[in-house]
Design a protein around this ligand. Structure first.
Ligand SMILES: NC(=O)c1ccc[n+]([C@@H]2O[C@H](COP(=O)([O-])OP(=O)(O)OC[C@H]3O[C@@H](n4cnc5c(N)ncnc54)[C@H](OP(=O)(O)O)[C@@H]3O)[C@@H](O)[C@H]2O)c1
Length: 288
């Protein structure tokens, strides 16, 4: 009798924040092949196809994105290639090569005009190139793929190689001793711990949940300012956080201002404050 083969996972974007968390969580029980930009620039679609043919995965997880509202406004071609056309190819390949596709989407597909949480069946209406190209992938995947999970997520905190995103940039400034920070009080999201998100995605797969779109976030919502104040308090940083409207910062693209998400398909995860406390407990404090 032949032994059960380990599940083969190809992970695109493992150097990123969500990719780092997915790698950590999935590595325990799966054979994960991490594909980074140096292995394959996902704009080169023939190379993407080659990766799938070389590794013949059971599951492909896509955490690659061209992020940043202004970056996408400035380079819409790259945003389209990375955020929409690459996932569309993965959707096609998931059918021809029979793998389960897991793709990460964003709360930026919503226009932010609702006063409540956005649920899985809430109407998406992107207001910038980033949101539009992320929504493009959601549409292609749900139209083409047969076995797929789209995990729509919101503001992430968690470890990764670079400190290029909002939370880690602010954290780094506080660590360097910056004692005054201006942060928007009118951008509201569902802060979520990337490890909790990755863990929930693993549960979706292992529970054989119905294929489709899921909102995956820690419970609750917060403005960027409220979130960073909480983090500063937990880290005992001596910093004054001054609330300002987002219009205080120059931006080329329209900002999504109020996009908290919640699921009516999966149990809520722990509150973001509890997840943040765990993250902060493991972070180094001030720079010596
Ligand atoms: N972080 C958040 O707050 C947040 C919120 C909502 C939704 N999301 C979604 O969550 C997913 C993961 O985001 P993240 O925060 O982990 O992003 P991230 O930290 O910026 O990582 C993005 C990854 O994509 C890779 N990448 C970008 N362009 C590429 C290209 N042309 N070829 C190959 N690799 C490329 C990057 O590689 P390099 O390291 O080489 O650049 C990196 O590994 C994305 O779908 C994003 O839209 C994130």
């Amino acid at each position: 009798m032949c032994a059960l083969q380990p599940t083969r996972v190809v992970l695109f974007g493992s150097s990123g924040k969500v990719g780092t968390a997915v790698n950590t969580v999935f590595n325990e029980h799966y054979t994960v092949f991490s594909i980074n930009r140096s292995d394959c620039d996902v704009r080169e679609l023939s190379k993407v196809k080659q990766v799938i043919e070389d590794y013949h995965p059971d599951i492909v997880i896509n955490t690659v994105a061209f992020n940043g509202i202004d970056a996408c406004e400035n380079d819409p071609q790259q945003a389209l290639s990375v955020n929409t056309l690459f996932p569309r190819l993965l959707a096609d390949l998931s059918v021809s090569h029979d793998f389960l596709l897991v793709h990460f989407s964003s709360d930026a597909v919503f226009n932010g005009k609702s006063n409540d949480y956005y649920l899985e069946d809430s109407f998406a209406s992107p207001i910038n190139v980033y949101g539009l190209t992320k929504f493009g992938a959601d549409c292609f995947i749900s139209a083409i793929a047969r076995r797929y999970y789209i995990a729509r997520i919101s503001l992430q905190f968690g470890s990764s190689a670079g400190n290029v995103q909002f939370v880690e940039k602010m954290l780094e400034k506080m660590r360097q001793g910056c004692n005054r920070l201006q942060i928007s009080n009118d951008i509201i999201a569902s802060p979520s711990y990337s490890l909790d998100v990755a863990d929930m995605v693993k549960k979706l797969i292992e529970n054989e949940s119905s294929f489709g779109l899921y909102h995956i976030a820690n419970d609750g919502m917060a403005s960027l300012c409220e979130f960073m104040q909480e983090m500063a308090d937990m880290m005992r940083f001596d910093v004054i956080i001054e609330p300002v409207p987002h219009s205080h910062f120059v931006s080329r693209g329209l900002k999504n201002t109020r996009t908290p998400i919640r699921s009516d398909k999966v149990q809520p995860m722990r509150h973001w404050r509890d997840a943040l406390a765990e993250y902060c407990a493991n972070l180094p404090h001030k720079k010596d």
